[in-house]
Design a protein around this ligand. Structure first.
Ligand code: SF4
Length: 515
């Protein structure tokens, strides 16, 4: 069987970083880990070709070659995913779909022949049996959450490693918390399931042997969901990293309670974890309680962020506006919080109800859903009726985004943050590669010569060189992100304002007068 694995396009988003990736000559931030895991579970006598549409076009010879097309993606990729399903069907190919979007919205991908939903460790064997029987369609589901201890090493060999800025690995699935808006707990459950340390080290060894060096994203839903098992991993990983001379800088996602565990933070820093993404959501305690994010209400959030930062890990954080019962000026409070904590990368969106989540079910019961098909990124208006005026929320959102990524404000914030960031334990001096030299030259040219904020850039850079040059690469990477945000804040403003204008125009006349 000749299988074409297709990964749909991402739209421009907070995380797409096109301009920043161009500086380091990469085409996408991360590879499609799900699809290469699928390839590892399918019969190895089958032939595989991977086309990541974010990296390359799908050629006529790719289509001609394929007997079966497998497409997987997230809800944010839905437009291209639906387009590629249609294209493959038009060409008479057998099409199978899976992944988070298909699993939570199967009714939207019914044009595919096979829907291989939920977790592949269980449903892919059902699909394989159907193919071997000669079936031409089928839907495979399972409520059971598989142990991931048997999951094979993903087929990293199918990737063009040069196209990506980060490699990705996964240690666990699931999260013990219960945030109302979250689809992770719907997809992967509330009991975190981990691989064994040996498994994860074998995956790292695999990408090491393929020649990968640099950033590795541990794409767990909540890396510290099972603290006992994660500490067992870290104790072994620490030894492996030291033996190899710290070939990877690690990033992951974790819950804020990481700050309560000094041993865990120390182990992570020793293993060369450099960045951690935290779902802060909002500094408003009432909103956090309402959305059942109680873990963020236990300790002052600013203290938690400071603890993780001074331990030596750079905090990235997610923020949301538009919770029920939210008081006005929520956008300003988020900006104030980000300025106070100096978080460099603050991902900010309006609340969206994702299918199958507790939030979706509640809003459906209350008759407040606006679209039966959800979409989600930082440029979409809310898909439900909020408890305060949507025009106020959208305006606060655009203004806050605009302020957060004002070039001067951003440069000042990252400078303050960098000076506070704890020293990394394992800085190994290596001769810079040609790629690094090229990226550095471009940053200096764009930020230090062309940008209007060039004086501020040089003033801060000189301070960094004088006072804290050991982790200079981290500081310059943060500067490079500005290439993306300078453009992206215009996209956010334009797209939200356009949707808002359409929304206002579609309101009945009486409502327009009242508002
Ligand atoms: S902590 Fe994160 S992953 Fe866990 S339930 Fe909340 S939003 Fe989802």
């Amino acid at each position: 069987m000749r299988v074409l694995l297709l990964y749909p396009l991402f739209p421009k988003s907070f995380w797409s970083f096109e301009k920043t990736l161009a500086l380091v000559d990469c085409k996408a931030l991360m590879p499609p880990l799900g699809l290469i895991t699928v390839a590892a579970i399918l019969p190895q006598e089958w032939e595989f070709k991977l086309v990541d549409h974010n990296v390359q076009e799908i050629t006529e010879s790719d289509w001609d070659w394929a007997e079966l097309v497998i497409i997987s993606g997230m809800i944010v990729q839905k437009n291209d995913m639906l387009a590629q399903i249609a294209e493959a069907k038009n060409r008479g190919k057998l099409v199978a779909v899976g992944g988070p979007y298909a699993t939570t919205s199967p009714q939207e991908v019914e044009t595919a022949d096979f829907l291989v939903l939920d977790e592949g460790e269980i449903t892919l064997p059902m699909f394989i049996a159907a193919i071997e029987r000669g079936d031409r369609s089928g839907v495979f589901r399972s409520a059971e959450k598989p142990a991931v201890t048997e999951t094979p090493i993903p087929r990293y060999d199918l990737l063009d490693l040069t196209a990506y800025d980060n490699m990705s690995v996964q240690f666990s699935r699931g999260c013990p918390f219960q945030c109302e808006f979250c689809d992770i707990i719907v997809l992967y459950g509330r009991k975190p399931r981990t691989k064994t340390p040996e498994q994860l080290l074998a995956e790292l060894q695999c990408i090491y042997d393929l020649g990968w060096r640099g950033a590795v994203f541990m794409v767990d839903d909540n890396f510290i969901g099972n603290k006992r098992n994660v500490k067992l991993l870290l104790k072994e990983l620490k030894v492996w990293m030291a033996e190899k001379g710290y070939p990877f800088g690690l990033t992951t996602e974790a819950s804020v309670d990481l700050a309560q565990d000094d041993e865990l933070m120390k182990l992570m820093v020793e293993c060369n974890f450099k960045k951690v993404f935290l779902g802060i959501e909002t500094p408003d305690k009432d909103s956090l309680a309402l959305t059942s994010k109680f873990q963020n209400t236990r300790d002052p959030l600013t203290e938690s962020i400071d603890k993780i930062t001074t331990a030596g890990m750079q905090v990235m954080a997610g923020f949301i506006i538009g919770f029920d019962g939210e008081k006005s000026q929520a956008g300003d409070r988020i900006v104030e919080f980000v300025e106070q904590t100096n978080i460099p990368l603050a991902m900010f969106s309006m609340l969206q109800a994702l299918p199958s989540t507790a939030l979706w079910d509640r809003l459906e019961k209350e008759g407040r859903l606006l679209n039966s098909a959800a979409n989600i990124n930082q440029t979409t208006l809310m898909n439900f009726v909020p408890t305060r005026d949507i025009e106020d929320i959208a305006t606060e959102y655009v203004n806050a985004f605009w302020q957060l990524y004002d070039p001067a404000a951003y440069l000042e914030r990252i400078f303050r943050y960098y000076m506070k960031l704890g020293e990394a334990k394992n800085v190994v001096s290596k001769r810079p590669s040609w790629k690094t030299i090229r990226a550095l030259s471009l940053i200096l040219w764009k930020q230090g010569v062309i940008a209007q904020t060039r004086l501020l850039f040089w003033r801060n850079l000189i301070q960094v060189l004088l006072k804290k040059r050991r982790q200079l690469e981290i500081y310059l990477t943060l500067c490079a992100y500005l290439e993306h945000f300078t453009e992206y804040r215009f996209i956010v403003r334009e797209q939200i304002n356009t949707q808002l204008a359409n929304y206002i125009a579609s309101k009945p006349e009486a409502e327009k007068v009242a508002s």
